[in-house]
Design a protein around this ligand. Structure first.
Ligand SMILES: [Zn+2]
Ligand SMILES: [Zn+2]
Length: 285
């Protein structure tokens, strides 16, 4: 291959929470926009990049890594070194490197983003009412990861083979599900199932609601484990959950649909409201 006149090449090592946060697609988009060649990959220490092209463009992509990283990324350190020009034809996302001890932290789970919620609410969308909808900006990370580098084969989603429509999203650099490892839809992903009857989908959801309304304790198996749920307005059901958990006094978390529902139950300060709506949707005390 022939290197372009005046081209420089830089190897860039990025550490921090940079896997499972759309970092590789982010680098890919900017590198191709700036006309750079080279590659990006996840490895056991974080993200490794080599970019080649005009020096100002190489400087610009390096600057973006620290100044404007993807919203869920927490960049620790960015180190660079000049390396010989190699003359790549294009920019590529390479398969993950597996050398060395795994040290890269994986992002926390993140609540469903507004774009995904809009799809779930849209009767014309193929993910209408699909509870496991996610994208590069949201969805499970830490609870599904079994090993780093963070790639689908190293997650609990490994058993779900993407359908052609999901695979096309995953492969399209312009799509917001480009390299979204937990990408799924009703055709190919996990489904709701009510284990007592085997009912699936909306029928499983209806059975769950009916059980909660009747005062039952329901074990909800999610992507990260079980949690136990009761109707919080049913004192008998709550007492039964306390008895089973041997948890006489410690408060339980109350789940609500939105801020208005929370405000109907308690006084909510600005900081608490902000925390409740932050991407992690934490339990707020
Ligand atoms: Zn999303
Ligand atoms: Zn699918």
């Amino acid at each position: 291959m022939v290197a372009a006149e005046g081209a420089v090449r830089r190897r860039i090592r990025v550490t921090g929470t940079v896997q499972g946060v759309g970092f590789r697609p982010f680098v890919y988009r900017h590198a191709t926009r700036l006309g750079l060649r080279g590659w990006v990959q996840n490895d056991s220490a974080g993200v490794l990049i080599e970019v080649e092209g005009d020096a100002p463009a190489v400087d610009e992509v390096t600057r973006l890594l620290t100044d404007e990283p993807p919203p869920l990324a927490r960049v620790g350190n960015v180190s660079t070194e000049s390396v010989p020009v190699a003359g790549d034809a294009a920019f590529a996302i390479l398969d993950s490197g597996h050398d060395g001890e795994p040290t890269a932290p994986v992002s926390v789970d993140t609540a469903t983003c507004a774009a995904c919620l809009a799809e779930v609410d849209d009767p014309a969308d193929r993910r209408f009412r699909y509870p496991f909808t996610n994208c590069t900006d949201c969805g499970p990370r830490y609870t599904i990861v079994r090993s780093v580098p963070y790639d689908r084969p190293g997650t609990t989603m490994a058993g779900f083979t993407m359908c052609p429509a999901c695979q096309a999203e995953y492969d399209d650099p312009a799509d917001r599900r480009f390299h979204a490892q937990p990408n799924a839809c009703p055709e190919c992903g996990p489904r709701l199932r009510w284990s007592l009857s085997g009912a699936e989908g909306d029928a499983a959801l209806d059975a769950t609601v009916a059980a909660l309304r009747s005062g039952a304790v329901v074990a909800v198996k999610g992507i990260g484990g079980f949690h136990l749920a009761v109707d919080a307005t049913d004192a008998t059901a709550v007492a039964e959950l306390r008895r089973r958990k041997s948890r006489d006094h410690k408060p339980f978390a109350v789940m609500v649909a939105d801020l208005n529902a929370a405000r109907a139950l308690c006084s909510l300060g600005a900081a608490a409201a902000e925390a409740l709506m932050s991407p992690g949707r934490p339990v707020v005390i």
